[in-house]
Design a protein around this ligand. Structure first.
Ligand code: GLY
Ligand code: MN
Ligand code: MN
Length: 427
């Protein structure tokens, strides 16, 4: 029998914390549907982030119900044991073992979800559920809501209200606990080692895909389950495409190589970008662009501590990168006019960073009640300034055309300052 990958008490505590905040509403979180890749082959399965966050359970076709104040309070639905299917697809826990191994109050077979949930949800004045992630499940949940409405007769009560489960759970995930930090630091370190290996092994003429293979090998060899997002291995002008992932071109002598890659460890992912010369030597224009981006990143990282609003980092990034564009002769005019008219977006079209955790673009609000949210101890996010000058941009000085540079590190905010979790990867 397989065993849960992590200590299940962590997940039990999270369920209890969620229950304490749900009030008179129930929570429903389901697995993603399995996706067909071709014919009878599926894409590799990864559990829905929120369902894993609350259960540690990795099988498809599973649903968690949290029912505050009821007995049972934590009800899980999973696939039945099925010796024939298990011969083909491998082990599944089945309800009885899922209940003991994962410490749910009660586990039922998934095929009983609709009838059981219709009973279990009686008496709640709303549900937390995220629509449009699993259309089949939406259909079931909505028909449960409708059947509950019908049982109320002519009381004047309407359809059960639906609230966004991902918003609710997303906020729970913003401040990372010690177990999460262990996982995230490990993911960051594995990611950094992958980048180091790529830097060591790169040679002119190697294909971007061979570089991807180096990263992938290091990630898996060091204990990562998979990558946290698609590899971006972009040489030369491809680095000016933000989410380039063809990864099929040769890395040419004299070009820069931009790698944006992160390993996923226990469902937490690193998100590192490094840009370096394929032949080991920056040209003068490459180093000018690189040093600007590096200086901007360092200035922003230097001010990171609790209380600084995330918005301020974004504005600082825009100001400093616009200064760099002016200095490089990419743009001309008054800085304030450039920023207010959005001209800087031509060379820096993204934000300065994002929360990082189980999802590469992790959950969490950047504004609270319309006000910029201050960063707090336990938050983790990226700082990733970049400048991208496409080869076809004839308005840019010729020497800078075809240069794309991004430098991205992963930060933990501590009580008094910050920790750069990706510091092993050289810049
Ligand atoms: N790897 C995607 C990003 O940096 O946001
Ligand atoms: Mn990022
Ligand atoms: Mn990235």
């Amino acid at each position: 029998m397989r065993k849960p990958t992590e200590n299940v008490d962590i997940f039990k505590k999270r369920r209890q914390k969620a229950i304490a905040q749900l009030g008179s509403k129930a929570l429903i979180v389901g697995a993603h549907p399995e996706l067909i890749r071709n014919d009878d082959v599926h894409f590799a399965y990864r559990q829905d982030t929120n369902l894993y966050y609350l259960t540690g359970f990795e099988e498809p076709e599973s649903i968690l119900l949290l029912l505050p104040g009821k007995n049972p309070q934590e009800v899980m639905f999973v696939r039945r044991k099925n010796p024939e299917r298990e011969t083909w697809d491998g082990f599944r826990y089945g309800p009885a073992d899922a209940q003991t191994q994962f410490k749910f109050d009660q586990v039922y077979p998934i095929d009983e979800f609709e009838t059981r949930a219709s009973e279990l949800l009686k008496g709640f004045d709303g549900i937390y559920y995220r629509l449009r992630k699993n259309l089949k499940m939406d259909d079931t949940v909505l028909s449960i809501a409708e059947s509950l409405r019908r049982t109320q007769g002519r009381t004047g009560l309407g359809l059960l209200s639906i609230h966004d489960a991902d918003e609710f759970l997303g906020e729970m995930r913003v401040i990372k606990d010690e177990v999460e930090l262990h996982n995230l630091r490990t993911a960051c370190e594995i990611s950094a080692q992958g980048h180091i290996s790529a830097m060591q092994k790169i040679r002119p003429g190697m294909s971007e895909r061979q570089v991807q293979a180096i990263l992938q090998y290091e990630f898996l060899n060091r204990g990562a389950a998979r990558e946290g997002y698609n590899f971006i291995v972009a040489s030369g002008n491809a680095a000016t495409t933000l989410h380039y992932n063809f990864n099929d071109q040769p890395c040419r002598d004299g070009d820069l190589l931009l790698i944006d890659a992160g390993a996923e460890f226990n469902y937490y992912t690193g998100d590192i970008t490094r840009t370096f010369p394929v032949n080991g030597q920056f040209t003068k224009p490459q180093s000018e662009v690189y040093n600007h981006v590096l200086n901007v990143q360092q200035k922003i990282i230097d001010i990171l501590k609790p209380g600084v609003p995330f918005r301020q980092l974004h504005e600082m990034g825009t100001e400093l990168l616009t200064d760099a564009m002016l200095d490089l002769g990419l743009l001309s005019g008054r800085k304030a006019d450039i920023i207010s008219s959005g001209q800087h977006r031509k060379y820096y079209p993204h934000g300065i960073g994002h929360f990082l955790g189980m999802d590469v673009h992790d959950s969490g609000k950047y504004f609270l009640k319309g006000e910029p949210r201050p960063i707090e101890a336990g938050m983790t996010f990226t700082v990733e300034p970049g400048l991208y000058i496409p080869a076809h941009d004839t308005s840019a000085p010729a020497e800078f055309r075809g240069i794309g540079v991004r430098i991205e590190d992963n930060i933990l905010i501590t009580a008094n300052g910050h920790e750069v979790m990706t510091k092993s990867a050289p810049k």
